[in-house]
Design a protein around this ligand. Sequence first.
Ligand SMILES: NC(=O)C1=CN([C@@H]2O[C@H](COP(=O)(O)OP(=O)(O)OC[C@H]3O[C@@H](n4cnc5c(N)ncnc54)[C@H](OP(=O)(O)O)[C@@H]3O)[C@@H](O)[C@H]2O)C=CC1
Ligand SMILES: O=C(O)[C@@H]1CCC=N1
Length: 276
Amino acid sequence: MKHAHIAFIGGGNMATSLIAGLVADGYEPQRLIVSDPVPATLAGLRGRFGIRTVADNASALREADTLVLCVKPQVAASVCRDLAPAISERIGLVISVMAGVRETAIQRWLGAAIPIVRAMPNTPAMLQAGAIGLHASDHVSAVQRNEAETILRAVGMVRWMTDEDQMDAVTAISGSGPAYFFLLMESLERAGVALGLTAEDARLLTIQTALGAARMAIEGGDPPDVLRARVTSPGGTTEAALKVFATAGFGDLVARAATAARERAGQLSDHLTEQS
Ligand SMILES: NC(=O)C1=CN([C@@H]2O[C@H](COP(=O)(O)OP(=O)(O)OC[C@H]3O[C@@H](n4cnc5c(N)ncnc54)[C@H](OP(=O)(O)O)[C@@H]3O)[C@@H](O)[C@H]2O)C=CC1
Ligand SMILES: O=C(O)[C@@H]1CCC=N1
């Protein structure tokens, strides 16, 4: 299949993750173009992936069929409004990875009745191990949904959401989720050092354990609670540790953290919706 010409607006963490995944999946680098105001960012992307780069956003659109918005939500309105005059019929699809920015707001700022798909990937997309939530606005055709899905599938597993509000929950669970697992790794690593391991041993044992646990959960077919029970010998060491987690309200803490992330996505969305 011939790949689309894709223009990325904003060349930061998320654009880099997506580009890394797409290039690893066989996308021709010459079909990918990035615009970003920072010359060093563009030079880094050119050097690493051999893609094309430009300093101004409108120029990135010249040959593109698909536009991927990868800027921070806070600059979404001004970036889209500046892009509006450069939007032509050639652009068949806009994909936005911006947290908490609603499809109606993007439509309004771009000033064009253009099909929009919201995607919420996460940084493991860099290794083609991303988890991605997708939502399509009403006038996105099956062909355009397929196109968005093909691009995002190149960097991970995709799940379609039926309701745009669910994208805030996706953001809270898998968009921000890698940070939660990294936090647990950092804490476990520190605990290992406090218990007498070398820093290197604590880190390697922790990371390999995270990988092994994730692989068991994905490849084994048993749900996490069954896998956890299998590690937990009655009266044993795991049970002693899990009791501490339970007493401290670990489950509630995780639920509160995820709710805070979802509420922040909602706040961003309310705030941005007010910008005409
Ligand atoms: N990081 C993550 O894990 C995830 C992020 N997202 C979403 O992806 C989007 C990007 O996040 P992330 O990549 O982390 O952020 P970054 O800050 O790493 O990337 C944004 C990039 O856009 C550049 N930029 C700023 N202003 C403009 C402009 N006017 N035109 C073009 N480029 C501009 C920034 O430059 P400068 O640094 O100079 O400001 C920066 O290089 C956000 O909306 C976020 O919600 C979604 C899923 C996961
Ligand atoms: O922290 C953020 O706002 C972005 C969205 C999901 C992950 N990073």
